[in-house]
Structure formats: structure tokens, C-alpha cells
Design a protein around this ligand. Sequence first.
Ligand code: SF4
Length: 103
Amino acid sequence: MSTPDSSSRRQLLKRIALAASAAALASTSLRAADQPLISVDEPEAKAVKYVEDGSKVKEAMGNRCDTCSLYQGKDGSKQGGCQLFKGKGVTAAGWCTAWAPQM
Ligand code: SF4
């Protein structure tokens, strides 16, 4: 059985955890927007056949970075981070062979 003190302590801890998560998420989004775009000529981009415009690649079948579960850009953004490329961004319209659907 919980006492009023333990209940309010739990609530406080939940709020602190939520605030920390929100701050981390906001920080990640800001960093992703500031990242330079990866070049299609870089080895890690070539390894997954990354292109800046997936609409020009039949293999993409209409999929794009902004519909990929590894994309870190905000909704409606023109570019954002990708979990594959640390410190580099990708275009929202881009695509690569590692594309995975969002859940
Ligand atoms: Fe784009 Fe997803 Fe490939 Fe990253 S993993 S480059 S977000 S398609």
C-alpha cells in the first residue's frame, strides 16, 4: 500500500524522467537539422546506394527517407539525421537500400 508521500515522490520522478526525455529528444532534433548532408560519394552512402532523390530510383518503389524508421528529421522537414550516418544528414526525399518502414 502506498502512502501519500510515496505516491507524490513517484509522480515527481515520472515528471523528471519525462522532462529529461523531452529535452534529449529536442536536442537530437536540433542537432539533426544542423548536420551537413552526407554526400552520395561517401563510402558509407555508397554501401547502401544512398541517393538524394529516391523518386529517380525505380528500386525505391516510392519510399523515401522521411517514411523510413531510421530517419530523425521532423515531420515536414527537408532534411534530417539518419541513424546510419552519424553526424550527417539526409534529404527527406532521399532513399537507400536500408529503408525500413515506420511502425
Ligand atoms: Fe534514408 Fe532510411 Fe536509408 Fe537513412 S536508412 S538514408 S533515412 S532510407
